[in-house]
Design a protein around this ligand. Structure first.
Ligand code: NDP
Length: 248
C-alpha cells in the first residue's frame, strides 16, 4: 500500500485521531496538509513527528465551519501543492447535554463544525478530484451516528448526517474515480473522551466486547485502507472500529 506522490488534507490533524491519521498517511508516502483551528502548537508537534520519521507535511489553519475560510484555504493548498488526492474529514467537537436543556448554540456549533464543516471541505475538493479522475474522501463519523446516545442529540444528528451525505457524494462522484467512505469509531482514547467521569467510562467498557477503548491508530489503519488503491471498488461504505460494541 503506497501513497507516494499523493497529497492528503486531514482536517483536525493536530491532535488525537487526526494526528494518528496524518502520521499513518505520511508513513505511506503521502504529503500531508495538517489542519487545525486553535492549537498551532499541536499542529506543529504533528508536523515535527512526521518529519522525524522522514515524512513530508505542512500546516494549514482554517475553521472548517467557515465556508469562506475553507474556500480560501483549499485554493491556497491547490496553488501550493498542485493537487489534492485525499480528504479526511476528521475535525469534530462535542457540546453534550440532554435535549430538554440543550442551548441553541450547542446545537449550532456541533452541526456547523461536524456536518457543515465536512460539506464545506467536500465541496472544495470535488471539482479538482473529478478533473483528476482520482480522489478519496473519508469522513470520520461515529458509532453515535448509527446508534444514538442520550445527551448527544446534536452530535448524533451531525454524525448521522455525515453518513447520508457520504452515501450521496459517493453516488455523485463514483463515475469519476472518486470514492467517498467513512470510518465510524466507537470509544477511542483521546482528549475528547479522556475527561469522561469514571462511572461513565466503566459503563462504556461494559458494553464493549473487547473490553477496552480503541486507539487513534486503530482508526488510522481503517482510513489508510479506504484511501488506498486496494479500496478502488469500495464507495459509500462505513468501517466500524469499535471493539464489537455496535455491529451495524
Ligand atoms: P480531539 O478533540 O482530540 O481533536 C479534535 C480535532 O479537531 C483537533 O485537531 C481540533 O483542532 C480540530 N477541530 C475542532 N474544531 C475545528 C474547526 N472548527 N476547524 C478545524 N479543526 C477543528 O478529537 P478526537 O481526535 O477524539 O476526534 C476526532 C474525530 O473523531 C471527531 O470528528 C470525533 O467526533 C470523531 N470521533 C471520536 C471518537 C472518540 O472516542 N474520541 C469516537 C467517534 C468519533 P485544534 O487542535 O486546533 O483544536
Amino acid at each position: 500500500m503506497s501513497l507516494q506522490d499523493k497529497v492528503a488534507v486531514v482536517t483536525g490533524g493536530s491532535r488525537g485521531i487526526g494526528r494518528a491519521i496524518c502520521l499513518k498517511l505520511a508513513s505511506l508516502g503521502a504529503k500531508v496538509v495538517v489542519n487545525y483551528v486553535s492549537r498551532a502548537d499541536a499542529a506543529e508537534e504533528t508536523v515535527a513527528a512526521i518529519k522525524a520519521e522522514g515524512g513530508n507535511a505542512v500546516i494549514a489553519r482554517f475553521n472548517v465551519a467557515d465556508s469562506a475560510d475553507v474556500q480560501n484555504a483549499f485554493k491556497q493548498i491547490l496553488a501550493d501543492e498542485g493537487r489534492i488526492d485525499i480528504l479526511v474529514n476528521n475535525a469534530g467537537i462535542t457540546r453534550d447535554g440532554l435535549v430538554a436543556m440543550m442551548k441553541e448554540n450547542a446545537w449550532d456549533e456541533v452541526l456547523d463544525t461536524n456536518l457543515k464543516g465536512a460539506f464545506n471541505c467536500i465541496k472544495a475538493v470535488s471539482r479538482p478530484m473529478m478533473k483528476q479522475r482520482w480522489g478519496r474522501i473519508v469522513s470520520i463519523t461515529s458509532v453515535i451516528g448509527f446508534a444514538g446516545n442520550a445527551g448527544q442529540a446534536n452530535y448524533a444528528a451531525a454524525k448521522a448526517g455525515m453518513i447520508g451525505m457520504t452515501k450521496s457524494v459517493a453516488r455523485e462522484l463514483a463515475s469519476r474515480g472518486v470514492t467517498a467512505n467513512g470510518v465510524a469509531p466507537g470509544y477511542i482514547d483521546t482528549e475528547m473522551t479522556r475527561d469522561l467521569p469514571d462511572e461513565v467510562k466503566g459503563k462504556i467498557l461494559s458494553e464493549i466486547p473487547m473490553n477496552s477503548l480503541g486507539s487513534s491508530e486503530d482508526v488510522a489503519g481503517a482510513v489508510a485502507f479506504l484511501v488506498s488503491d486496494d479500496a478502488r471498488y469500495v464507495t459509500g461504505h462505513f468501517i466500524h472500529v469499535n471493539g464489537g460494541m455496535f455491529m451495524g
